[in-house]
Ligand binder design. Structure first.
Ligand code: AHR
Length: 363
């Protein structure tokens, strides 16, 4: 833990380094109260069932201590991501914790640089979303040597040394893939015909994309009716979804890949699905009817599309992890244990549900 390192140094020096660091950091944004109003509403809509008992009453004075988190976010590629960032910023503000925020603009090297800066600045805890799974060992070893705990959120890292991070908080992305596949099995339980699937993957190399890819196949691999004819990355971007949709559109306006018609689209996130729907609208293709669509995230825009019958199934991925992260930071800075792995529980919304009962999503 960082505290043991700090006891070796002068507290005055640590405070001075922090002060100077804070003064110098122009690339990072200190949490502003301005975003808290908006995301307070978002938080009340959140359903983080993984939370554990809080005891903030007994330790309130620790919140007033100057706790600093260095947070490396991967970017702003989707509404999901924007909500995740807002959740972190708001929860930090509400907990009285300072958040040094760094946007990596989809580049791992920017994340590594940010983490190194956080180490130099002697933050209390480093929190980051790893854009891809591999390539973190060196920088995390540096954080470990500096006695700074690291919380990995949303996406996972792949390492042979589990001591390089203190905790992981995130969804079970393999299970999300399974849920998507189970919906299809249920929907088509009474048919024997072959169903051709087009899969739009998220960012290659990310644990989330890999999980959704694996879980989906795990369920469908023994069901001969389902045939994955095409799988391509759309990098979690709406623009890439659009581009891919245009690529598979035949001149006659039907969907096919190398002449094989597409029955089902399985998209790893809503942004890419919305890109598909943009193109379908232009060409008069009816998503949800001409082609079955299964998407992941459950942004408000896609729940609206589900209500309109343009999408058939949406697997939820919950971005509102900020409050739980702050609780864990609180515990860590009080030398109390936190679980190594915390999973966020999530649901599935389908065409068979009463959509009017779905609470506003907040993202
Ligand atoms: O890592 C979570 C994924 O990243 C979300 O599904 C996606 O929308 C985001 O950009």
């Amino acid at each position: 833990m960082k505290h043991s390192a700090r006891t070796q140094r002068s507290l005055f020096l640590a405070a001075a380094v922090r002060f100077t660091a804070l003064a110098l950091v122009t690339a990072f944004v200190l949490t502003a109260a301005g975003c808290s109003k908006k995301s307070a509403a978002a938080n009340t809509n959140g359903t983080l069932s993984a939370s554990s008992a809080t005891d903030s009453n007994t330790e309130e004075q620790t919140y007033t201590r100057n706790i600093i988190i260095g947070f490396s976010q991967i970017g702003a590629e989707s509404a999901w991501r924007t909500c995740n960032t807002l959740s972190m910023k708001t929860a930090a503000a509400e907990a009285g914790i300072q958040l040094l925020f760094s946007n990596a603009e989809q580049k791992q090297e920017n994340q590594i640089k940010a983490i190194r800066s956080f180490i130099v600045y002697q933050v209390d805890v480093i929190v980051f979303v790893p854009i891809v799974q591999d390539g973190w060992d060196n920088v995390l070893q540096e954080a470990k040597e500096a006695h700074i705990p690291v919380i990995v959120i949303d996406r996972k890292i792949r390492t042979s040394d589990e001591s390089l991070y203190t905790a992981y908080i995130g969804a079970d992305h393999v299970e999300e893939g399974r849920k998507a596949a189970r919906f299809l099995q249920e929907k088509y339980k009474d048919t024997n015909k072959t169903l051709n699937i087009m899969e739009i993957r998220g960012t290659d190399g990310s644990s989330v994309s890999e999980g959704r890819y694996q879980g989906f196949r795990e369920i469908l691999k023994d069901d001969d009716r389902f045939n994955i004819i095409y799988s391509e990355t759309g990098d979690f971007l709406r623009s890439m979804g659009k581009e891919l949709a245009e690529r598979i559109l035949s001149v006659d306006g039907t969907l096919s890949v190398n002449g094989t018609p597409v029955d089902i689209i399985y998209s790893h996130n809503d942004s890419m699905t919305l890109g598909f729907l943009d193109v379908f609208e232009e060409y008069g293709i009816e998503g949800g009817k001409d082609v079955t669509i299964v998407s992941v995230d459950a942004e408000q825009a896609i729940i609206d599309a589900l209500a309109e019958g343009k999408v058939n199934c949406v697997v939820e991925c919950n971005p509102k992890t900020g409050p739980l992260v702050m609780e864990f930071v609180h515990r860590l800075t009080n030398n109390r244990p936190i679980p190594k792995i915390t999973r966020i529980e999530e649901t599935v919304f389908t065409e068979n549900d009463d959509i009017s009962k779905i609470e506003p999503r907040g993202y």
